[in-house]
Design a protein around this ligand. Structure first.
Ligand code: GLU
Length: 419
């Protein structure tokens, strides 16, 4: 076994799957059919850079499982993107969609690149060529990408346009997380964070812990982390005591206004240096005493090395895969309630589903209705996971996997084998 920090994310994903399969007593032939992704595409493609050079980038699209519906999941632009990471992320989408009961399978994609060093034009060139490369696999009935780390509504607009141009007509349902002007959904941008906060509110009720004045620590200040902080601050009067991003971490025991931290970050490129806080190390941030810790960045943040020193009552995983499987037992033993990624961050893909439904019907809903439907989905998923945890006497992650694997296995069973 590799050490926590270098653990292969797909091995991590498989470890959680195998435990759930054991708990369910899943028979071997179904297990075999879920273990490996159904389809994997690797593309190497050229992009013209601003200085006239041509650079070849590598991108991926993986469809992990489509038993319950078309593949669905984001596209990530990051220097560390590789096939095993995309496989892991695709499988997490399979489980996530099953946990919240939306009719999608799991997929994911990405390009190995550093978007922070690229101009908007370079990113557009990269995105359009990548969209064309993966167009043999994506489509509204087949596989629907969405934003993920360092991609956004603009990225989706370029993909939608590229795909539509090749077909000669407008195909809004090929991606979700689009701008509103081209068939995006109200509430989609905030959905991951909003869904996460709904699950935190449910967990706080179970723990009989008020969210008012609750100390919140946010690791990662992108779409999910920053909006979760704002919602907790605005709607629950929680205290945001620490925030980090890829460049540093800040702390103020009295709490910070996340709106002004975000403004500072937009002007200075990082939360680091925010005047109304002291600087701490990213590792120190994770171990702060708090009511809720929200990992909202990348994988492998909570490990066997630091799990014993975390001081949160609830951990809400807005990121995908922030906790290595071996750390779960330590957190459980210490009475920390973990809201696993496949539950806590499922709000994003849930509103993606609403967006896809709206695109297919060309009939759009009001933001209030979307948030209300999202709340219903998240609360009932939370309750189903909690029930499963009680039934099998397991922690929340194992329960979420048991629920998800059972639903996917049932779909595979009832569909049978082709031919
Ligand atoms: N990238 C998000 C996730 O990891 C959203 C995926 C989607 O909306 O399809 O859940």
């Amino acid at each position: 076994m590799q050490s926590d920090q270098t653990m292969n994310p797909f091995q991590m994903a498989l470890a959680n799957f195998e435990i759930a399969a054991d708990t369910l007593g899943l028979d071997n032939n179904i297990r075999e059919r879920i273990r490996l992704p159904e389809r994997e595409l690797i593309v190497n493609f050229p992009v013209k850079l601003r200085d006239g050079r041509i650079k070849v980038f590598t991108g991926y699209r993986v469809q992990h499982n489509t038993a319950r519906g078309p593949a669905k999941g984001g596209l990530r632009y990051h220097p560390n993107v590789n096939l095993d990471e995309v496989r892991a992320l695709a499988s997490w989408m399979t489980w996530k969609n099953a946990v919240v009961g939306i009719p999608f399978g799991g997929g994911k994609g990405g390009v190995t690149c550093n978007p922070k060093e690229m101009t908007t034009e370079e990113l557009q060139n990269l995105t359009r060529r990548f969209a064309q490369e993966i167009s043999i696999m994506i489509g509204p009935e087949r596989d629907i990408p969405a934003p993920d780390v360092y991609t956004n509504a603009q990225t989706m607009a370029w993909i939608m346009d590229t795909y539509s141009m090749a077909r000669g007509y407008c195909v809004p349902g090929v991606v979700t997380g689009k701008p509103l002007s081209i068939g995006g959904s109200a509430g989609r941008n905030e959905a991951t964070a909003r869904g996460c906060v709904y699950t935190i509110a449910e967990a706080a009720k179970v723990k009989k812990m008020p969210l008012k004045n609750a100390r919140i620590v946010v690791q990662g200040f992108g779409n999910a982390g920053s909006i979760a902080a704002k919602l907790l601050f605005d709607d629950h009067q929680s205290r945001i005591i620490a925030i980090s991003d890829s460049r540093g971490a800040i702390f103020n025991s009295k709490g910070m206004n996340p709106h002004s931290v975000l403004l500072y970050k937009s002007q200075h490129g990082s939360v680091k240096g925010y005047p109304e806080a002291e600087e701490i190390s990213p590792e120190e941030l994770l171990t702060l005493e708090c009511e809720v810790l929200i990992p909202a960045a990348l994988e492998n943040v909570i490990t066997t090395e630091n799990a014993g020193r975390l001081n949160a009552k609830i951990i809400a995983e807005a990121a995908n895969g922030p906790t290595v499987p071996e750390a779960d037992a330590i957190l459980d033993e210490r009475g920390i309630m973990v809201l696993p990624d496949i539950l806590a961050n499922a709000g994003g893909v849930t509103v993606s589903y609403f967006e896809w439904v709206q695109d297919n019907y060309s009939f759009f809903w009001k933001e209030h209705d979307i948030n209300e439907r999202l709340r219903e989905v998240m609360v009932s998923a939370f309750k189903a996971v909690l029930e499963t945890a009680k039934k099998y006497d397991v922690h929340m992650r194992r329960a979420a996997y048991v629920l998800a694997v059972d639903r996917v296995a049932e779909a595979i069973r009832v569909r049978g084998i082709y031919p």
